[in-house]
Each structure stands twice: as C-alpha cells, then as structure tokens.
Design a protein around this ligand. Structure first.
Ligand SMILES: Cc1cc2nc3c(=O)[nH]c(=O)nc-3n(C[C@H](O)[C@H](O)[C@H](O)COP(=O)(O)OP(=O)(O)OC[C@H]3O[C@@H](n4cnc5c(N)ncnc54)[C@H](O)[C@@H]3O)c2cc1C
Length: 456
C-alpha cells in the first residue's frame, strides 16, 4: 500500500488509530492457530461511517480488508493472508441497549462476550452462547464464526440469538438486516446468511441479540468413568432419560491429565474419562431434574461428585476452559479440530481417534461438547519435525473422511478459515460450492473482504 492510501486511511480514522510500524503490525498478525501473516496497516475505526469509508476506499483501490475482533479464532479467519489492512473492532465496544421488557440487547461488535454476560446479570437476563474463550473473544467474532459452547446442548449457538445486524458491505454500503422482535419473516433471512460468514460478506457494526431470563439455580456434577467408551456411551442415554442438562461435556484421559491438578476435589486415580453435567432452571425444575439424574446414576452405578459451592463449580469450569491452552504442555503445536457427529456415533468417533493415535504414533486427545456431538480432536505434534507433521496431516485427512462418512460435519463452531478450506469438497457438493461462491461475488464483487478464506 502506498503512502497516498495510508494518508487517506489516516484521514478517516485519525493518526492515533492507524498503525504501520512493524511492532504494531506484529500485534495483529496472529490468532490461535499460531500462524502469522503481517498486515500492511492496521486501522481501529470508531464508527460505522468510518468503516464504510474504509471499505469504499478499499473497493476503489482494490486492497484487502480483514475484520478482526480479539484474534482468538482457531482457523485463521482474522489473518491477512493476502496483505492489506486489518480492521480491528476494539474501539467499537459499547453495549448500546439492554431492553429488559423485550429481552433484547443491542451491542457493538467489539464487546467482549463475558462482559455482556456480566452486564446482563443484574437485569436477571442471560445471553447463552458461552465459548470457552468468553473472557476475551468478541461478540462480532462470535457472530462471524457462529460460536458455540457447552450450553449449546440446551440453548443452541450464536445464530439462535442474533435477531438482526447492521453490516457494512464491501462496497461501503450500509445494510440493516433482521428485526427487534421475537418473530419476523419478511424477505430472505439475510441475518442467518451473515452469521457464520467468517468476515467474508460484510463487517458487523451493530448486533441485535435475543436474551433469555437468567436461570435462578444451577447444579454442577462431575461423573467419573474408568473407560472412555463407557462415558461416551452414556451421553445419548442421559439425554434419552428425560434430562435436559445445560451442559454435557466430556474429557478423555489425556485431557484430564493436562488439567488434573486444577480439578477439585482430587479424582479417583483410575479415572479414564469424565462427564461434566449441569442442570439449570427454577429451584423446582432443578430439583425435579436432580431426582431424575440421581436415580439414573444409581441405576447405572456411576460414580459422581457434586460441586458443593459456586466457587467449586467455577474451579471445575476453569479447569475445563484451560484444557485447550494446557495441551501445549504435551507438544509445542497441535492440529485442533471441532468436528461434529450424530450423538449416537460419538463412541465410534473416539474409538477411531484412539486407533489413529496408535497407528500413527501420535498423541491425540478428545474432549468437548458431547451433548451435541461436537468433539474437539487435538492432534499434538512438533511442527519442527517434518515427519511428525506429515503424520499429523495424515491423521487430519483420515479424521475428516471418517467424520463425513458417518454423517458428521467438519466444523461445529470454529469455522473453515484457512485451516480447513482444502477439505471443503469432502462435505460440500460442487453445486453448493458454486452457490456459495456466487453469493460471495454478489456481496463482494472485487474480492476485497477477507480474501483467501473458506473457499478451497
Ligand atoms: C482457548 C480458546 C478456547 C476457545 N473455545 C471456543 C469455544 O468453546 N467455542 C467456540 O465457538 N470457539 C472457541 N474458540 C475460538 C474463538 O474464540 C471463537 O471463534 C471466537 O468467536 C472468535 O472471536 P474473536 O473476537 O477472537 O474473533 P477473531 O479471531 O478476531 O475473528 C474471527 C473471525 O471473525 C471475523 N470477524 C471478527 N469481527 C468481525 C466483525 N465485526 N464483522 C465481521 N467479521 C468479523 C474475522 O474476520 C474472522 O474471520 C476458542 C479459542 C481459544 C483461544
């Protein structure tokens, strides 16, 4: 990008919100994939109008613009793989409205997910999507990836809570989609199209979010098992027993090992797998569910412990949320996948990963959202060792082929980005891919918005 363009960007956002020095650019060059691509400039706009002006400029002069929230994405979505400008949403971080009567919130995209959840509590409201990264990821990034979390088993994922959007298109035009009401079916559902579009169709500048009443009560249980097959086999049966947990997570032996000293109280030494289960609702609802759960656990002779206090439940959650970063105590790099399979096929999937681990001599750990079949498969490796890296890539290819073969999907919440784009034809037909490319061309005819993502 030449000096004239940088000067024009400076005029739009102000000198203090344009970064061009190497050390500043480095801060916006990576995400949770561990990969790095240096942008040519970084802008931190302060309004929708500034974003519209930046995109108008980019569309005229054909330079890439890559939206970025907190940069916690797992698939490279916020990386400027073709150079250009990274557009950070950090300054657009206001909760504009909490409307308790209609149970909606209107927020800017740079609001941190956990901050919104905290701000809703005094209003006795909740925004359910709860990615493990909620303390640092943004609502804009969540909507772009359609993030999910443990509560998805009962409450669904981000797309179930975005009612409407303000979006700046690649041409600089401002589009408003959706409604502020519970229902609305006027025209095509553009909101749904934008949610999960990974910053390739437009930049969200405002989000209208649906809220729910905050459950009065919550109980947290850890179920311990001496075999992984036993734990995963119970997932479908627990849900079939009339229970509606708001969390049903599992961890295998290796996942437990990396956070073992953080799980209170000490686990039995022969624990090979855990299910983390939570019940929420009114005090009466939780009591009813609890009775049903305890009867099930007794009947099936399952060992369990109940968190005795909110502090203990939080400790369990800190351990659960720490699994992903803690895996790096095993190897310096990992291939981190978030495949989804039909719930009844989880035991087959974990059996397959165990076999893969033995055959390819790799540490592969699995954990995650068992309740909805969304399993995190982490292949640990050292990218400094090309032979090991090749085995890791072979594991990934075989994993995806297996998952699609049993009726699953490549990603439940992390999106495609650059990490999975070459595998897209495994799941999407040429017709589906052509329709998607057509939509991309319609919204972004010059291909300036987050180029190099999703499509193979
Ligand atoms: C430790 C850890 C745990 C995680 N756990 C989970 C989990 O449980 N569930 C889950 O779903 N994810 C999880 N993630 C992944 C990640 O946090 C999510 O994908 C999150 O939604 C990304 O938000 P972000 O603000 O960091 O976005 P970024 O990484 O900055 O960007 C992600 C994508 O969103 C686009 N984008 C950002 N802002 C906008 C905007 N305003 N308009 C349009 N596009 C935009 C970017 O271009 C990019 O394509 C985890 C990550 C880490 C590091």
């Amino acid at each position: 990008m030449d000096r004239t363009l940088l000067k024009k960007l400076e005029r739009i956002v102000g000198r203090e919100n344009l970064f061009t020095s190497p050390e500043e650019l480095h801060c916006y060059s990576y995400d949770a994939t561990g990969r790095e691509f240096l942008p040519e400039a970084v802008v931190l706009p302060g309004s929708t109008q500034e974003i519209a002006a930046i995109l108008t400029l980019a569309n005229t002069h054909r330079f890439p613009v890559v939206p970025r929230g907190a940069g916690s994405g797992m698939t490279g979505g916020s990386l400027p793989v073709q150079g250009g400008v990274v557009l950070g949403t950090g300054r657009l971080n206001r909760i504009l409205e909490i409307d308790s009567a209609n149970m909606i919130a209107v927020v800017e995209p740079g609001v941190i997910t956990g901050d919104l959840q905290g701000a809703l509590k005094p209003h006795k409201l909740m925004y359910p999507p709860d990615p493990a990264s909620l303390k640092f990821c943004t609502i804009g990034g969540n909507a772009a990836e359609c993030a999910g979390g443990p509560s998805a088993v009962k409450y669904g994922v981000t797309k179930d809570y975005v009612l409407g959007l303000e979006v700046v298109l690649a041409t600089g035009k401002i589009l408003r989609t959706g409604v502020r009401t519970e229902k609305g079916v006027v025209g095509y559902d553009l909101t749904r199209l934008f949610v999960g579009s990974e910053g390739t169709l437009g930049i969200f500048t405002k989000l209208i979010l649906r809220l729910l009443p905050l459950p009065e009560h919550k109980e947290t249980y850890l179920l311990t098992f001496t075999s992984l097959a036993e734990a995963t086999g119970h997932v479908g049966r627990i849900l079939g027993a009339g229970l509606t947990p708001c969390t049903l997570e599992y961890m295998d032996r290796t996942a437990i090992a990396v956070v073992r000293d953080r799980i209170p109280p000490a686990l039995p030494p022969d624990t090979a797998a855990l299910l983390l289960l939570e019940l929420d609702g009114s005090a009466e609802e939780v009591k009813r569910q609890q009775e049903r759960l305890l009867a099930y656990l007794e009947r099936e002779r399952i060992d369990y412990r109940r968190a005795e206090s909110e502090a203990e439940a939080q400790e369990i959650w800190q351990a659960r949320r720490a699994i992903s970063p803690a895996t790096f105590s095993l190897k310096p790099n990992k291939i981190s996948e978030d495949v989804v399979v039909p719930r009844s096929r989880i035991p087959e999937l974990v059996g397959f990963t165990e076999e893969l681990s033995r055959e390819l001599a790799l540490t592969i750990l699995t954990f995650g959202h068992a309740g909805d079949g969304n399993i995190h498969v982490n292949v640990m490796l050292d990218r400094g060792n090309p032979e090991e890296e090749a085995r890791g890539e072979a594991a990934r290819q075989r994993l995806f082929t297996f998952v699609v073969g049993i009726g699953g999907t490549l990603s439940g919440e992390h999106g495609i980005g650059i990490s999975k784009s070459s595998f897209l034809p495994l799941e999407l037909s040429p017709v589906a891919l052509a329709v998607m490319r057509g939509l991309k061309n319609l919204f972004d005819p010059n291909g300036i918005l987050n180029p190099g993502k999703i499509f193979p």
